[in-house]
Design a protein around this ligand. Structure first.
Ligand SMILES: Cc1ncc(COP(=O)(O)O)c(C=O)c1O
Length: 309
């Protein structure tokens, strides 16, 4: 299907992309007044089924974002879930996809402090998983821009405006010849990437910044922690990480619904480990992809089938 022909869930109806239009005067258009989720659905060829991954966790986070943003919105998780299923089914996708589910302040006359009217769109698009084995990684740059923090614009609230901070760091990294940025927080510890969380491995221990280190409460981060402990019996530490700890670790990777597991091979010209994708990174990536596509029976409760059986 041509991407421009895809169907969008827009304010309660399923419409063509070209018919999903927002006013130029809406607080969404003028001030980026929106909160959103980026959700993945993975195709299981064995079961002929498309599975949405961890919808409950995504919708808990979306409801928290709506609350923090003080939007006048009183729908629940079932509303979010049914709308997502309806629009993915309408597009008849039978492949891996990414879904953007955005709740926004609509209307022709609002300001940056308006609490409504609130509307929603859901936009699915094909997006293939990273292939196994993971052979390549990225070079990162510690940004001169600090990550936003809980007392300025909280990274816990997944709103569009937070990504201006991400944009500044990513543009700087690209201009400096790197693939991606990494943020320090206002205390000088490693926070996260512009659109993903970070893990390092040191002496067989998996370490990731804590949820109070100016990061998004990432669902993939939570998934990786659980899989590392349960499937690989690793010790996982959630704690502050210093810059030099990152430079001297054995393995490092970014993770996120979009990034999945993305190995970091170099930071600021410092080679990580032996400069190759690490063993634990490869193992976690492989387990992650099996779990999201329904190959691990123990984690089926994280999956929502799109097509009725
Ligand atoms: C800033 C930021 N951190 C972390 C993540 C990873 O979050 P999740 O695993 O829930 O996709 C994202 C992904 O959207 C992000 O934008």
């Amino acid at each position: 299907m041509d991407e421009n022909e895809r169907l969008i869930w827009f304010n309660g109806a399923i419409v063509k992309l070209s018919d999903a239009r927002i006013s130029v005067l809406s607080p969404m258009a003028q001030f980026g007044a929106n909160v959103f989720e980026g959700i993945r659905c993975y195709w299981s060829g064995n079961e002929s089924q498309l599975y949405a991954f961890r919808l409950q966790a995504h919708y808990n986070r979306l409801l928290n974002s709506i609350k923090l943003f003080r939007m006048d919105f009183d729908h629940d998780e079932t509303f979010f879930k049914n709308a997502l299923i309806d629009v993915v089914k309408a597009n008849m996708y039978k492949e891996d996809i990414a879904v953007r589910q955005t709740v926004f302040i609509d209307g022709d006359s609002g300001t940056w402090s308006s609490t409504g009217p609130v509307n929603m769109f859901i936009s699915p698009i094909p997006k293939q998983r990273k292939t196994i084995p993971l052979n390549d990684g990225i070079r990162c740059h510690i940004s001169s821009w600090l990550r936003i923090n809980d007392n300025t614009l909280s990274p816990r609230m997944k709103c569009g405006a937070n990504y201006i901070n991400s944009r500044l760091a990513q543009q700087e990294a690209l201009l400096c010849g790197y693939d991606s940025a990494l943020f320090l927080n206002n205390l000088g510890f490693i926070a996260e990437g512009p659109g993903s969380c970070i893990f390092i491995v040191k002496n067989g221990v998996l370490i990731t910044p804590s949820l109070t280190d100016s990061i998004l409460e990432s669902i993939t981060r939570d998934t990786i922690i659980k899989l590392a402990e349960k499937e690989l019996h690793l010790t996982v530490q959630e704690r502050s990480i210093t810059r030099t700890e990152l430079y001297t670790c054995d393995e490092a990777f970014l993770c996120g619904s979009a990034a999945e597991v993305s190995p970091i091979l170099e930071v600021d010209g410092m080679i990580i480990g032996d400069g190759q994708v690490g063993l634990l990174t490869k193992k976690l990536h492989s387990i992650y992809l099996k779990v999201v596509s329904g190959e691990y029976i123990n984690y089926k409760n994280w999956l929502t089938p799109i097509y009725s059986l």
